[in-house]
Write a protein that binds this ligand. Structure first.
Ligand code: ZN
Length: 738
């Protein structure tokens, strides 16, 4: 039944400030974008402080929700680099942004059949909050914010139902009646009063026992019948689905409806997501904006020849154009083959502005087949520096510490990109992954590769308060200033080098005769490969070339490198807070624990010490040179295992240094993390793209015709402002709606 058709390769967000249990992580991953969302929470590594001249800018921690603020931290994001784009790229981004917002509500409908209705009801009351009883207004506001963040009444990650903490049904009812008096519109169904509507929605909002689980994959349970999401009508069972044609069962863009004829005979039908079908109006608006975006794809130069004279002609980028055309066709016809065609073209696009839009991940479907709507728009981050790094990939390859026979003579351009997101909707936001690896079609991946995308502004977002708490809790006093100054830059370059010169480096030994070492390494592969890419970054960041590339100034290079080592090791020590049982299971976690344990071996001197003070453990890096030598040793070992496809060797190495939970470290790190009172989840407010309108040059005399002249980026909204604007903008076809 489509098993294995898609990878679940998108990394779910495990932001560093979140204490999320490892079990929450849906992982498999081919590699790639991992660092961003460890299974283990890592200490705040956060981005360079946002320098802004705008005193109204809302960037960083904006608010906290839930008891003692422990449920959610809401963070405002900036997207550096937007102002450096060409105006045509800004317009391209803007129309993609509008397409993303136009589809946002679809994910509510997929989450639960009442989720969008509940949200609309709460919003209508919320907009009249000034006239309400203050306690009811506050209780409603908290619940509504959680509904926005989770797209309904089920937790985004663990799929269980939550109910209002500070709001009773009676309060909601009185508030709704009051709001109605003040002119709130509730868009009531024919023949249904506000009271009836409230009574109907009551169990869905207030009773945790009614349809308690959104996605139930408990062994033995009927996943379809016992899951409360919007993709199967109530009453449908797995057996019903399995009785349908195979093609329907495996479809990405369908929901299943239960129909009864006059005699009560049931039939189950697959209904496609498409214009004119399920979510038709929303998808029609998505395509409206995608068509506008198609007019602003990048121009590329194509060589043409006429009468023996070669000329360069500027043309719209064929891949970007083909990707959008196929995506539009997919939404218009429901044909999944068009979505695949889109994906193949999308993989080939190289533009500074990128996007996702469609039915992508399958986490809300208990069968893991149906896609959930999500969309984003992003711009390449630091693209000049990353390009310079990538242009020097061969230089770094030559300087790898391993045997020359395992070095590449030619280095493939990296498949990874590092971006700043402008917006994420549906399944992708306000709770965001920190990275993803797509597409999910195994056959497309095999033939055309995949894209690893690190969402830098998400990955780096942090609360200034949490950052300073972490610094105090986990770093030695003498290191704090240096880490505060260089730690973010170091962390950023660790990500860049991991992706750009890490994964692509090295080659298999001739004795493998062309066989893929990954296949030989099997289950040991992802741990080995992620660790190897990290260690490449740690090793190469000391090379003077990084100064030439512009990563850091010559004067600050060694301090930044020292901060990189400290951050890496201390972050991993702090991540021990999350270890459970006696075995470290997650690939990246194992890799980082290996580096930490290897450098701390009592019988060796790598210039790294664990210091105990008043029962707390700290890490000191006394000699960068010795630590670098240790990193070089690890790298040679890892490359040897990889080049030789030596699974037993890799397993023994990770078994010795990376797999065992250290209970003393765990308890120590846990006590300090708990004292920081960190929220369980992060949600984001994205920057706003503001259309700048102007007079059309083609307007006739006396005619007033406004066109999009340019687009500006601002960071001035809070969560409520963002979500209410999404609501207004999602239904509008105006270029500059109110
Ligand atoms: Zn990676």
């Amino acid at each position: 039944m489509g098993a294995g058709r898609r990878f679940r390769a998108k990394m779910r967000d495990l932001p560093e400030d979140n204490m999320r249990p490892i079990t929450v992580l849906a992982t498999l991953l081919a590699c790639g974008a991992i660092h961003a969302q460890d299974s283990a929470p890592k200490p705040s590594h956060a981005a360079a402080p946002v320098v802004t001249s705008d005193p109204a800018a809302k960037v960083g921690e904006l608010e906290r929700l839930g008891e003692n603020g422990r449920e959610v931290m809401v963070l405002g994001l900036d997207a550096p680099g937007f102002d450096k784009l060409k105006p045509s790229q800004r317009k391209y981004a803007y129309f993609l942004y509008r397409a993303a917002i136009a589809g946002h509500d679809i994910f509510y409908l997929q989450s639960h059949r009442t989720a969008l209705e509940i949200r609309n009801l709460l919003e209508a009351v919320y907009e009249k909050r000034d006239s309400l009883d203050p306690a009811a207004a506050a209780g409603l506001e908290e619940y509504l914010k959680l509904v926005w963040i989770h797209h309904g009444q089920y937790d985004h990650w663990n799929h269980t139902k939550f109910t209002p903490r500070l709001l009773t049904f009676e309060q909601l009812k009185a508030a709704a009646q009051q709001a109605k008096k003040k002119g709130a519109a509730f868009d009531l169904a024919k023949g249904e009063s506000l009271e009836k509507k409230l009574a109907r929605l009551r169990p869905h909002i207030f009773d945790a026992k009614v349809e308690p689980v959104q996605v139930n994959q408990t062994p033995g349970a009927d996943p379809v019948a016992t899951s409360a999401n919007g993709m199967y009508d109530p009453g449908i069972t797995l057996k019903d689905i399995e009785a349908l044609p195979q093609a329907d069962q495996e479809k990405l863009n369908v929901r299943f409806a239960l129909l009864r004829d006059k005699k009560g005979k049931r039939t189950v039908e697959a209904e496609e997501f498409k214009v004119g079908g399920v979510y038709g109006q929303d998808l029609e608006r998505v395509t409206y904006w995608l068509k506008k975006a198609a007019g602003y794809v990048d121009n590329t130069f194509v060589e043409t020849e006429k009468d023996g004279v070669k000329k360069l002609r500027s043309e719209p980028d064929a891949n970007q154009k083909a990707a959008l055309d196929s995506l539009i066709a997919h939404f218009e016809t429901g044909d999944e083959a068009q979505y695949k065609a889109h994906t193949v073209a999308w993989l080939k696009t190289k533009g500074v502005v990128d996007y996702l839009n469609g039915f992508v991940e399958t986490y809300k479907d208990p069968r893991g087949i149906i896609g959930n709507y999500e969309a984003n728009v992003s711009i390449q981050a630091d693209s000049e520096k990353i390009t310079r790094l990538s242009q020097n990939a061969l230089y770094f390859e030559a300087k790898m510490p391993w045997d020359a026979k395992w070095k590449r003579a030619k280095v493939d351009p990296p498949v990874a990109t590092v971006v700043n997101v402008l917006v994420e909707t549906g399944d992708a936001g306000p709770v965001s992954p920190a990275a993803y690896n797509l597409p999910n079609y195994a056959d497309v991946r095999k033939e055309h590769g995949s894209k690893n995308v690190v969402l830098l502004n998400v990955e780096n977002s942090a609360s200034a308060k949490v950052k300073s708490q972490r610094l105090e809790a986990f770093f030695l006093p003498e290191d704090r200033e240096e880490v505060a100054k260089h730690g973010d830059l170091a962390r950023q370059w660790l990500v860049y080098m991991h992706e750009v010169i890490g994964h692509g480096s090295g080659q298999a030994d001739d004795s493998l005769a062309g066989a893929d070492p990954g296949t030989k390494l099997g289950s040991a592969y992802s741990t080995l490969e992620e660790c190897r890419a990290d260690v490449v970054a740690l090793y190469q960041f000391l090379d003077p070339k990084v100064v030439e590339i512009g990563a850091v100034s010559a004067e600050e290079h060694l301090n930044a490198a020292h901060a990189m080592y400290l951050r890496y090791l201390v972050d991993q020590f702090a991540a021990n807070a999350n270890h459970q049982g006696d075995t470290i299971r997650e690939a990246h976690d194992r890799g980082r624990q290996l580096v930490l344990n290897y450098l701390l071996q009592p019988s060796r001197d790598f210039g790294v010490r664990m210091v105990e003070k008043e029962g707390k453990r700290y890490i000191a890096v006394d000699s960068l040179n010795k630590a670098h030598a240790g990193i070089g040793e690890i790298l040679v070992k890892l490359q040897t295992f990889k080049s030789m496809g030596d699974k037993a060797g890799a397993e023994a190495f990770f078994g010795e240094f990376g797999t065992k939970v250290n209970p003393a470290w765990r308890d120590d790190a846990k006590a300090r993390a708990e004292a920081m009172n960190l929220p369980k989840l992060r949600a984001f407010v994205f920057p706003q793209l503001v259309p700048v309108m102007g007079e059309s040059r083609f307007a006739k005399e006396g005619e007033k015709r406004e066109v999009l002249n340019d687009v500006r980026l601002e960071t001035r909204e809070d969560l409520a402002e963002q979500m209410l604007r999404f609501k207004r903008w999602s239904k509008s076809r105006e270029i500059a709606p109110k």
